[in-house]
Design a protein around this ligand. Sequence first.
Ligand code: ACO
Length: 320
Amino acid sequence: MKILGTGSAVPKFTVTNDMLSDYVETSDEWITTRTGIKSRQIITTERFEEMAALAGQRAIDAAGLVPEDIDFIICHNVCNCYVTPSLAALVQHHLGITGPNCPTMDLNSACAGFVYGLDICDAFITTSRAKRILYICAEEVTRMVDWTQRETCVLFGDAAGAMVLGEGDGYLASKLTSTPMPDVIYYRLPCEPTPFETGEGIDTHMAMQLKGREVFRMAVSSAQRDIKDVVEKAGLRLEDIDHYLLHQANQRIIDAIKQNFDLPPERFHSNIHKRGNTSSASIPVLLDEEIREGRIHRGELMVFNGFGAGFVTSAAVVRY
Ligand code: ACO
């Protein structure tokens, strides 16, 4: 499998840390020193599925293709207003791909999902069940948090990152893990009531809850393990990798991981200062921005590494 082109899209409305202090008791100083985030983009008037489709169209353009060339659309998404149809089916509609020979499907492996989806795409491409997959990670995490809870609402942004994947030898190794820890990060939506439920013991709605310090510790230790393992699996050394793109959850997490490796610090890329934590979209958006700004080039080696609710982790070695 090979990346043929990348694209991304973010909402037009940028929210600075100072703007957040109008809603919750916080400050630019606290958010900057604890997270590295200065601003983030938040969905206001645009439609989520159109943002996802826009990222997809940009990836198709970058690959030098047209929407009709796509024969599978896979989206990764933790949550959006449509439970059904899938986001991938909505994207197909917005891109004007009439079908029926372009199947669509959604995946959800929380903030670590980007590499989970890459693995699925690789399985379809290497077995010749798809030739050109449009793969989009799109998230509107700002709709999952309680905007009176300063511990969570300052952390997130909305975004979509996309790529077209085709045949090639760019997917060198991957590693996926899952450890059952459902209370470390979770978000529960209410379902429709039935006349038979008693309501007892049913905790229907909880805006995003997270044990920040626990996530922090687990992220740093899992990244150290997964990055070493996946690079070894690819038959490479850490110093052979040109670029490290980690899930953008907190600049302090990225810095702590960086300190555990004796590598030039500029190999660890970051855009969290301007995007916030965009969950599964964070790595593909960062990748697209770094490619477009000329910091990542064809033929170079990259490591992707993520972690998220579950507790799930993922890593991959990819040649661009
Ligand atoms: N503004 C001002 N003060 C705040 C804010 C805020 N936005 N949020 C919390 N505080 C206060 C707390 O109330 C607490 O006050 P106290 O000392 O009087 O009790 C103090 O700041 C310290 O709070 P901590 O939660 O201990 O702060 P910490 O340094 O751990 O940073 C953070 C919190 C940023 C969430 C960090 O733990 C973190 O990044 N964790 C991991 C990442 C994470 O969970 N990301 C979320 C999504 S998960 C994912 O992407 C997979």
